[in-house]
Design a protein around this ligand. Structure first.
Ligand code: DON
Length: 588
């Protein structure tokens, strides 16, 4: 018997009907009529929440100089690339979601790394099947064309306010004069020397292991190569990165063994940021807006809506957790099956986000310990012969990403999630930064029967991403929440927890971030027992028949800002090293 679904009552139908009409109403309102109640003056000041205090300080410095959320996001991220190189940087990519309060416009810029033109569907296959994660992670084939510098530039051109070179000043000063190595950065290094090539590769060896010893927490570290790189980009623009000496160093690093990659100077010169649709869906009286594929942002709309469709049962202990778990299981199965590069494959996004589909999907029955399969999208209006049928997903992922949330003095916002994929990316070093291993975000295994996987490797294709920066608006279209997280495959679960905990469980953003993470992908539920009610939640889920894997801690890095009637409330994830800083008055 499926106990998780057993008690659900016929109120499902009523809720579904209410949801459907709310959805239609929200979907039908033209955006330009929505802004009638917005006061002209933003009363709440500005805020930066990110994974390192030095990076937050850089964002704050830009805001103090009269910069906006885009300026602050770029300066913050340039410092993260220096002080948190295990997570993201110039050698990687990211997704930036921007909200301009004066026009109510939202913008999604996709700076995802892209497969080299020489990439092939079977590039991670060996005689013995697909490479294991570590073999692929440290390989040259894992390196995709980095998107971050082009992303900064496009964002700045579209909406930045300060001069381009100003954004580089805080990171440049820290790289030149030195910064204090954080416990988290130092903590990775002994393990990385054992498991990866970080202590062996040219450049990374000397930088992270001077005299053969890993850097220690508290020591002052300078990165003159990063300073030079920043100086070149600040002075000459992104062409200094995508052509010339820096591009050559990137190509050389990707071409080294083991498993040399095919990245070329043309791949770098051809790189383009894509401006993609922001997808929005209603959740009760709110509107959740997030990034479209290749991001998995759609999960941030699906999970809260499926959560509501699964009717509450007040008798069931931890009912809200069980609904959250079941909603995740359904959404993850769909994400895993259908998502990939939207320029290359057809993704039935309209169907997956429609109230009709979500209503039917919520009734799909799977026993708590049974794997969940994707929904039957083909029975819905809008499906066509082009709606593909894929082989089961074979993608696997690991940890190395960061998220920052910013609101500026005009109430504009940026949610930026950026990555090098695994810790320190591919550990290949070029001019002061590590290169990504984002190509391992593709499905590495090619099915033996010749069928295709949605997220298969192909030349110039972008791998599917779990990164899902998200903005939530209320019924007056005022901004309510800015959020996102690293965490690989667990990102949809971490971010959805943050959204549901704030909007439904009534928690402050910090309490929501602190709440134990619960990840329900596949047939095992991971529960973070080292926090709050984690142990009791694990026991309750087991009592309902779920197969539970207890984890002492999880690797989320949620950085969120909530706009409340009384002001901004920020949250930084205690699982990482982040902080929140609030500026009440512009000093410029
Ligand atoms: O784009 C993605 O989904 C992954 N490369 C993200 C990896 C990640 O979040 C690792 N986090 N700690």
């Amino acid at each position: 018997m499926n106990r998780a679904f057993f008690h659900r009552s016929s109120t499902v139908a009523l809720l579904a009907a209410a949801l459907a009409s709310a959805w239609l109403l929200a979907a039908c309102r033209p955006a330009e009529t929505l802004n009638l109640n917005q006061p002209d003056v933003w009363p709440h000041g500005a805020m930066v929440s990110a994974a390192n205090p030095l990076a937050v300080a850089a964002g704050i410095e830009m805001l103090e100089q009269g910069g906006n959320a885009i300026d602050a996001a770029i300066a913050t991220h340039l410092v993260l690339g220096l002080v948190e190189p295990q997570s993201s940087g110039l050698g990687g990519g990211g997704f930036l979601l921007h909200y301009d309060r004066s026009t109510q416009a939202t913008l999604f810029l996709d700076g995802r790394e892209t497969a080299p033109a020489g990439a092939t569907v079977d590039m991670f296959m060996t005689d013995k099947g697909a490479m294991g994660y570590i073999e692929a992670w440290v390989s040259g084939k894992a390196v995709g064309t980095p998107g971050m510098v082009a992303l900064y530039h496009q964002a700045h051109q579209q909406a930045g306010r300060l001069p381009w070179s100003t954004l580089f000043e805080p990171a440049l000063a820290l790289a030149r004069d030195g910064f204090v190595v954080s416990p988290r950065l130092a903590g990775y290094l002994p393990m990385m020397a054992q498991r990866s090539r970080l202590a062996k590769n040219e450049g990374s060896q000397d930088y992270f292991y001077p005299d053969g010893k890993p850097l220690v927490s508290g020591e002052l570290l300078k990165n003159p190569e990063y300073a030079e790189t920043l100086n070149a980009i600040a002075t000459l623009g992104p062409s200094a990165f995508y052509t010339g000496e820096i591009a050559e160093a990137i190509v050389q690093a990707a071409a080294r063994p083991p498993h040399p990659g095919t990245l070329t100077l043309s791949d770098l010169a051809d790189y383009q940021v894509k401006s993609r649709p922001v997808i929005c869906g209603p959740f009760r009286t709110y509107r959740i807006c997030t990034t479209s594929p290749p991001s998995s942002g759609a999960a941030q709309i699906m999970i809260p809506n499926l959560y509501d469709q699964l009717a509450p049962n007040s008798v069931q202990p931890f009912d809200h957790i069980i609904r959250f778990v079941d909603a995740q299981r359904l959404a993850y199965a769909d994400r895993d099956h259908f998502f990939g590069d939207p320029d290359e494959i057809s993704i039935p996004l309209d169907i997956l986000l429609s109230p009709e589909y979500l209503q039917v999907r919520a009734k799909d029955r799977f026993a708590p310990d049974e794997p969940v399969s994707h929904g039957d999208v083909w029975q819905f209006k809008g499906a066509s012969a082009e709606t593909p049928r894929w082989a089961p997903d074979t993608t696997d992922e690991m940890a190395g990403t960061t998220h920052l949330s910013i609101i500026d003095f005009d109430g504009n916002a940026v949610a930026l999630t950026a990555t090098v994929e695994g810790p320190f990316g591919s550990q290949r070093w070029a001019k002061g930064f590590v290169l990504n291993n984002e190509m391992t975000d593709f499905a590495k295994t090619v099915p033996e029967d010749g069928s295709a996987v949605a997220n298969a490797v192909a030349p110039n294709r972008r791998p599917r991403s779990s990164m899902s920066p998200t903005l939530v608006f209320d019924e007056t279209d005022a901004l309510v929440l800015v959020t996102g997280s690293p965490g690989g495959n667990s990102i949809p679960a971490y971010v959805a927890k943050n959204i549901i905990a704030v909007l439904d469980w009534g928690l402050t953003p910090q309490m929501a971030v602190d709440h134990p993470n619960i990840i329900a992908r596949g047939d095992t539920i991971r529960v973070e027992i080292g926090r709050g009610e984690g142990q009791a939640i694990a026991e309750a889920l087991e009592a309902y028949g779920y197969s539970v894997r207890r984890r002492e801690g999880e690797n989320s890095g949620l950085h969120s800002i909530q706009v409340t009637p009384t002001g901004l409330q920020g949250a930084a994830d205690p699982r990482r090293e982040g902080v929140v800083q609030h500026l009440t008055n512009p000093s410029h």
